[in-house]
Write a protein that binds this ligand. Structure first.
Ligand SMILES: Nc1nc2c(c(=O)[nH]1)N[C@H]1C(S)=C(S)[C@@H](COP(=O)(O)OP(=O)(O)OC[C@H]3O[C@@H](n4cnc5c(=O)[nH]c(N)nc54)[C@H](O)[C@@H]3O)O[C@H]1N2
Ligand SMILES: Nc1nc2c(c(=O)[nH]1)N[C@H]1C(S)=C(S)[C@@H](COP(=O)(O)OP(=O)(O)OC[C@H]3O[C@@H](n4cnc5c(=O)[nH]c(N)nc54)[C@H](O)[C@@H]3O)O[C@H]1N2
Ligand SMILES: [Mo]
Length: 786
């Protein structure tokens, strides 16, 4: 079965034969059976991800965008700031017509304002293999067509840790991806002390694809050997039953205090590894003075921490004592740093591990983010995998990714980032492909205001997300099942020939083909395509892997053979512990990439930045968003178990797990009873920024005083009768409630994981959920100039 030619791809008949495909959440096979799509996990996957079932109903779902659409206000009045974004109707337009207009608008903005007026940060995971990855496509397009764009740095995943880790240990990749593996935990760990847990729902996902979900069986095998798992988290469900974990239900946002107290006990009782601190670390004394109270008069004792984190001092002291002399692995979930002062638990987790002296030993030390994505705890591949080159960006301006609304609302304003002052550029046009800011960003009411400042907002989407509904030009793109691609991740040994499962829905086109035709109109087609169709690109990108296999003397099948087989097993590197093991074995010859070459217990560089919200050593910094009489409950807005972010929220598995059409909010029975709320009730969660509806599930697996509402329900706004102008989502998107400020002046990461709310039963009429109904569309546009 040869790949079909890209641009003029033929339409596949529905096929009863199972064809291989891959997604961020698993490798699978799919076939059409009696008009419906059947999806089966890869037979080699020991613990398949139920998320693959979201595909079964996705292809022709009514929520798909079927034709190019232009917002009526933009069409009638031309580019410019417009308050109707998000509440306007759309006019269908033919591809040639819409691409002509879009090329004209890109040219206008570039000529009048320069490429530094175009935001192509375009954050988001989309769903594709290595070639059709939408973010790579849009970046390549903007680089080749406009000479660049204002970019974003870091991620919503690891906004704070991505900046603090290089100051103290090494890069994110070195500390999260090439570090302690599950294999080592199975064989060597005595204790895994996990802050934020290691929920299987999360480790089921890896960008690029994941063929074998091994986390559940790894935890079961380690526990059977006698490894003790301790989960510090407001939710019991953050660890699987197989781990037999002890649960310490901490007050959200207080882990740094707990970690400090564990450290204080170690020092007070002489249990810390002084030899390790002397041989491998820098800046201990500065930190020790703070820990013991010499710096601020407050020793960070268990009694001090207990009042903050809601765990008994005796439990904290016993835990600290039990860690000494053991092969302890400290893990810190991404979630902890998606909060105000999120740098602190990441840094303090590393310091606690250093005090225990296990960093660099098999199954011990510090594994940042282990268990939060399937990339971590794995071996790295020994050969490179395909990646689309993005070209070079001639624009210097950037923002930390979560500062998008600040940038749009306050052009010309200064902001701090990682020791420097920068200025927000003035953006006129934003181009988004492969992400959903109305999923990922905080304070959605503010975000909507920010997008209204643009001249033009362009979105490529598979579905009518709220982001598409705020755009001026919406271009329907194919979803992954409708394309051929190469599925691969640097941490998974299986490379997958992603066969096309379905013909393009409606008039949807591949992002690549859209950009190729747009490039043609801008005179840069050859620079973008290099003369290749998408099918030719697949062969071209495959060659890198094939050549590396051949060089190692391994079987190196040609592309057609790979495609026919449907998959290829890649060699992997040794489980060698990465830079931390190398450093432990040879601290002089293999220093860490930090200023001292050692672990920075404190950092003169960070201290030199002079940030009160991120001092030169890990510290407890009181949050500014704590429960009040009006908003007495913590909200944990974590990753959803039933989908990846907002993707395929309309899919079968996601929809089946909603209740009364809404997202499910978990509450402790005590908090519910105090409010007259019962299982299955619809509630309103609200604070000063926003309000949303959700359906309640009661559980004693959540700390009292905390409610949990996952992200990912498509934003479905309605007018708020109580507080006019406040963002109100009838479907259950928690980002109407979260705060849009940075973690600190250092990293400016997003703080979407936590905020405070009040909850009450919703007794009035229940507004219908219309998130998956396309917006009103007017008659087709006859064409002609604006
Ligand atoms: N409150 C709160 N907010 C959070 C988080 C949190 O914990 N709490 N977590 C944050 C984190 S870690 C992340 S990573 C972000 C995730 O934020 P995003 O990555 O933006 O979320 P996705 O839903 O994956 O968005 C991908 C979009 O791409 C579209 N898409 C799929 N395939 C294609 C394609 O082939 N082409 C194009 N053009 N589009 C496609 C999908 O329909 C979808 O709308 O959210 C962040 N937001
Ligand atoms: N099914 C599914 N899996 C996913 C994703 C998805 O959307 N769906 N997204 C993927 C992505 S992009 C990322 S970045 C990772 C994110 O990985 P994480 O950010 O770690 O995932 P979350 O589920 O948001 O949070 C994990 C847990 O941390 C706990 N927690 C929250 N606040 C605190 C706190 O202050 N202290 C402590 N001790 N615990 C706290 C919560 O109980 C929460 O369930 O997940 C990945 N995996
Ligand atoms: Mo993420």
């Amino acid at each position: 079965m040869k790949p079909e030619s890209g641009i003029e791809s033929s339409v596949l008949p529905p096929s009863a034969a199972m064809r291989p495909h891959s997604a961020h959440w698993g490798v699978f096979r799919a076939a059409w059976r009696q008009g419906a799509l059947a999806v089966q996990p890869h037979p080699g996957d020991p613990d398949p991800n139920p998320l693959i079932q979201n595909f079964t109903t996705a292809v022709n779902h009514r929520a798909r965008v079927t034709t190019p659409m232009v917002r009526r206000g933009w069409l009638e009045r031309g580019p410019g700031p417009d308050d109707r974004r998000g509440r306007d109707s759309y006019v269908p337009m033919a591809w040639d017509d819409v691409l002509d207009r879009l090329a004209g608008e890109l040219t206008r903005v570039r000529d009048r304002h320069g490429a530094q007026a175009v935001f192509g940060g375009s954050y988001g995971w989309s769903s594709a293999g290595r070639f059709h990855h939408a973010q790579s496509q849009v970046h390549r397009f903007l680089n080749t067509a406009l000479g660049g764009y204002v970019r974003s740095v870091n991620s919503y995943s690891a906004g704070a840790s991505g900046v603090i880790l290089p100051h103290i240990l090494g890069s994110m990749d070195d500390v999260a991806r090439r570090n302690v593996t599950w294999e080592q935990i199975v064989d060597h760990a005595d204790i895994v002390l996990s802050f934020g847990g290691m929920a299987l729902k999360n480790s089921r996902v890896a960008s690029g694809g994941i063929s074998r979900h091994i986390e559940r069986e790894s935890m079961a095998r380690a526990a059977a050997r006698g490894c003790r798992f301790v989960s510090v988290s407001p939710l019991r469900g953050d660890m699987p039953a197989e781990s037999r974990a002890e649960w310490l239900p901490i007050v959200p946002g207080t882990d740094a205090a707990l970690m400090l107290a564990l450290g204080q006990v170690l020092v007070a009782e002489g249990l810390h590894d002084r030899a390790f601190l002397a041989a491998y670390c820098d800046g201990w004394e500065v930190f020790e003075a703070y820990l013991l109270g010499g710096a601020d008069g407050v020793p960070k004792t268990p009694e001090w921490a207990a009042a903050l984190c809601g765990l008994q001092a005796g439990i904290i002291r016993d835990l600290a004592r039990s860690l000494a002399g053991k092969r302890v692995l400290v893990t810190v979930a991404h979630a902890l740093q998606r909060a105000e002062h999120g740098e602190q638990p990441v840094w303090m987790g590393a310091v606690l591990a250093a005090m225990l002296g296990q960093i660099g030993l098999p199954g011990g030390g510090y594994a940042y983010a282990l268990g939060t994505l399937a990339h971590y705890g794995k071996r790295m591949n020994a050969v490179p995998i395909a990646a689309l080159p993005q070209g070079s960006n001639g624009v210097r301006e950037f923002i930390p990714v979560a500062r998008i609304a600040d940038m749009l609302l306050h052009p010309g304003t200064e902001f701090d980032y990682n020791g420097k002052r920068h200025v927000y550029p003035h953006i006129r046009l934003a181009y988004w492909a492969g992400g959903n800011p109305f999923h990922h960003h905080q304070d959605l009411g503010r975000l909507a205001r920010a997008f209204r400042t643009l001249d033009t907002f362009i979105v490529h989407e598979i579905g009518w997300t709220a982001t598409a509904r705020h755009a001026d030009i919406v271009l329907p793109c194919t979803m992954t099942l409708e394309r051929e691609d190469i599925g691969a991740a640097p941490t998974d040994p299986l490379m997958v020939a992603m066969h096309r499962i379905a013909p393009p829905n409606g008039q949807a086109r591949d992002d690549y083909d859209i950009f190729a035709d747009l490039s043609g109109r801008l005179g840069t087609r050859d620079a973008f395509t290099e003369g290749r169709t998408s099918a030719q690109w697949l062969r071209h990108l495959y060659e890198r892997t094939r050549a590396a296999l051949a060089e190692r003397g391994l079987e190196a099948p040609d592309f057609d053979t790979f495609w026919e087989r449907g998959e290829l097993l890649l060699p992997q590197q040794a489980d060698d512990g990465g830079i931390l093991r190398a450093f432990r074995d040879d601290p002089v010859g293999k220093p860490l990439p930090t200023p001292s070459g050692r672990i920075q217990i404190s950092s003169p560089v960070v201290a030199g930045f002079g940030y009160a919200d991120c001092p030169g050593h890990p510290a407890w910094l009181a949050p500014s968003d704590e429960p009040t009489a009006d908003h007495p409950l913590y909200l944990v807005a974590n990753q959803p178990a039933t989908r990846l972010h907002s993707q395929l929220d309309f899919g079968a598995h996601s929809v089946a797990n909603k209740r009364r059409d809404r997202e499910v909010c978990t509450m402790h029975p005590r908090d519910a009873a105090e409010r007259g709320i019962a299982e299955g009730d619809i509630v309103a969660l609200y604070n000063a920024r926003g309000k949303c509806l959700a359906c309640v599930a009661l559980s004693d697996g959540i700390r009292p005083g905390v409610v949990q509402l996952p992200t990912g329900a498509w934003y479905d706004p309605a007018p708020d009768d109580e507080v006019p102008g406040r963002a109100f989502c009838v479907h259950g998107n928690p980002n109407v409630l979260t705060r849009d400020v940075g973690t600190s002046s250092l990293a400016q990461g997003c703080i979407g994981q936590l905020t405070v709310v009040q909850v009450r039963r919703h007794d009035g009429p229940l507004p219908p959920v219309r998130a998956f109904e396309p917006p009103p569309a007017g008659a087709g546009h006859p064409g002609g100039a604006i």
